[in-house]
Design a protein around this ligand. Structure first.
Ligand code: ZN
Length: 374
């Protein structure tokens, strides 16, 4: 499965789509309220099919709900069910049950089989009306779902998930592999003796956002100026995301051109947050890995992950000696066993490569490219 993203042209007609998104939001909140009431009354979880039946009945009586496709309504119930299952499974880890959402901020609805049709060229019929979109690529695969999404700026996008035919394009070009370690100051440290700094705009944009935030908080609530400031802030955020992604794509291509197998540690964002004490999600490690996996798959390269419990920083890459403790502030350390001097990040990257090469054997290099053979 993969997801293709298309932008729908701005048009007055788009307000119909926005109405559907709003109605979906109302239905969503209604479902949440039902779940809570049911639990208060019976002391158990309201099961998904019961909810779906009930909501389907309500939908028939309510004209604004009827604008939402029946399967899209089912999809809302299923999304809530998923969120509850996640909550049941991980509640001891602090996962919260799904809650109410502001209708204004509600984002999307999903169509499964009905109520959309691609009419050729760049036209698509969604819920009875024809819209045009920017056709950035052909859709040749079989379509599974179509999701219409509203961004905070009020632009509309269409996400099409399709069956991805597996393309086993196996290429061994460079014969090289490398280990990588994410960091705060240097974005990536490699086992091959060089590192990749995060570009300056990471920091610059942080300042821009802070400024836009201040502007927004100064404006009077409900005023036009405030709405303008809000949009400005959203644009700043989007701008950063775009620039960062652009850089990620370029970096992913650059790396996959140089290496056949790329080893990483399994991301543990929670632990990173504890260690570094700030929003790690800002740095976008996760989205970088997604992009890298995608590019790697296209090019027949492999992204493999080593066990997150391996003490990659504390182990000497020269002799395998493991330190008891290594403070975060220590950037270099001397191995008490073999006497070699280790740079913290580079040492970790080398370890990741070594462990990766020995444990991620043929069977286990499954994450990105199962068809790969060395
Ligand atoms: Zn050593």
């Amino acid at each position: 499965m993969k997801t293709l993203k298309f932008k729908l042209y701005n048009h007055k007609r788009n307000r119909h789509l926005k109405c559907i998104v709003n109605a979906s939001g109302t239905i969503y909140n209604h479902c949440i309220a039902l779940h809570r009431r049911y639990y208060r009354m019976w002391g158990k979880h309201l099961n998904c099919s019961k909810l779906q039946k009930h909501i389907a009945k309500l939908r028939k009586r309510n004209p604004s709900w009827k604008t939402v496709d029946a399967q899209a309504v089912q999809d809302i119930c299923q999304r809530i069910e998923k969120a509850y299952q996640l909550f049941f499974k991980h509640r001891d880890k602090g996962v919260r049950p799904p809650g109410f959402k502001k209708v204004k901020k509600y984002k999307s609805f999903t169509l499964k089989q009905n109520n959309y049709k691609f009419l050729g060229e760049n036209r698509v019929k969604i819920c009875g009306r024809v819209y045009q979109f920017w056709k950035s690529r052909e859709i040749e695969e079989k379509i599974k779902t179509v999701t219409v999404k509203r961004t905070p700026l009020g632009e509309m996008f269409m996400f099409v998930t399709v069956d991805a035919p597996s393309e086993p394009t196996v290429k061994v070009e460079t014969g090289k592999s490398a280990g990588f370690d994410f960091g705060l100051k240097t974005f990536l440290t490699t086992s091959e003796g060089f590192s990749i700094d995060a570009p300056l705009f990471f920091k610059q944009s942080l300042r821009e956002i802070q400024k836009a935030n201040r502007e927004l908080s100064r404006k009077q609530k409900g005023s036009h100026n405030r709405e303008r400031a809000r949009k400005n802030l959203v644009r700043r955020h989007e701008d950063i995301v775009h620039r960062r992604e652009d850089w990620f794509w370029k970096l992913a291509h650059w790396l996959t051109d140089r290496f056949d197998v790329l080893y990483f540690e399994t991301l543990n964002l929670k632990a990173m947050q504890r260690l570094w004490g700030r929003k790690v999600s800002d740095l976008g490690f996760r989205s970088f890995l997604q992009i890298l996996e995608w590019v790697a798959q296209k090019k027949g390269k492999v992204v493999a992950y080593i066990d997150r419990w391996f003490p990659s920083s504390k182990t000497c890459s020269g002799c395998g000696y493991v330190l008891d403790e290594l403070d975060l502030s220590v950037r270099r350390w001397r191995c008490p066993s073999c006497g070699s001097e280790n740079d913290r990040d580079e040492n970790a990257a080398i370890n990741i490569k070594q462990v990766g090469a020995s444990t991620c054997g043929r069977g286990k290099v499954s994450q990105a490219q199962p068809a790969f053979t060395v």
